[in-house]
Design a protein around this ligand. Structure first.
Ligand SMILES: *Cc1c(COP(=O)(O)O)cnc(C)c1O
Length: 216
């Protein structure tokens, strides 16, 4: 019952234009189904094979988002069903997603991951790299992918000012590209600890795990 209550209380606090992605990585189907009965239809996982196994068993109206770092050789497993890939950070990965999407006769929506944290360990591109990717000839030829926005993760810190400035930075990069790309509609930023701040800074999609399902 706790999961259902968490879903209801988080949903009622979100503005209408913000999508809730329930991050269910490591959690059993039983927990996902509790969220499902509470009305949740969008789930995020960070491992492709785990997402595949859950997709096979969950009701078919669930939308699956890949939020983790994507291994190129596993893209084929999610290509038939994935709704949105958040963590795209190279043209090489886009080429593979495009190839697998084409085999499935689909157009797969993707977000480019932006590196906004001070931590070197986090993945992502900077503004300049995004610009050159979007304007490259290689990219323009890809017919089976669609970049609909950006995703980023703030530094893991208690310092709210720092998190806020990283989110504002991501929002300004998003606005910069959104002017030239009408397809840019989605800014994925904010997790359990910082989603309210992220929404204040312009997020349209929050990825919430532990505040729904408990600790991992
Ligand atoms: C695990 C994860 C989340 C959710 O984190 P919580 O702090 O549990 O809300 C969000 N985004 C990504 C990319 C993740 O890997």
């Amino acid at each position: 019952m706790v999961i259902a209550e968490n879903i209801h209380s988080i949903k009622s606090s979100l503005p209408e234009h913000v999508t809730l992605v329930a991050i269910s990585k490591t959690k059993p189907l039983f927990d996902l189904m509790e969220a499902y009965y509470a009305g949740q239809r969008t789930y995020g996982e960070n491992k492709i094979l785990e997402m595949f196994a859950k997709w096979e068993k969950m009701p078919k109206d669930v939308q699956w988002h890949m939020v983790g770092h994507v291994q190129t050789n596993k893209v084929k497993f999610m290509a038939p069903f994935v709704k949105l890939i958040h963590g795209v950070d190279s043209i090489k990965l886009l080429l593979e997603i495009n190839k697998q999407a084409k085999k499935c006769n689909r157009i797969i929506d993707c977000l480019l991951q932006v590196h906004i944290a001070v931590e070197e360990t986090k993945f992502g591109l900077d503004e300049k790299e995004i610009g050159s990717l979007l304007s490259s000839e290689e990219f323009k030829e890809l017919q089976n992918i669609r970049i609909i926005g950006l995703m980023g993760m703030a530094t893991l810190t208690e310092n709210q000012d720092q998190i806020k400035s990283e989110f504002m930075h991501l929002k300004s990069i998003f606005d910069h590209f959104a002017i030239q790309n009408p397809q840019f509609t989605t800014l994925s930023m904010g997790m359990s600890g910082d989603y309210q701040l992220a929404i204040d800074c312009g997020s349209t999609m929050v990825r919430i795990g532990s505040s729904i399902f408990g600790g991992r």
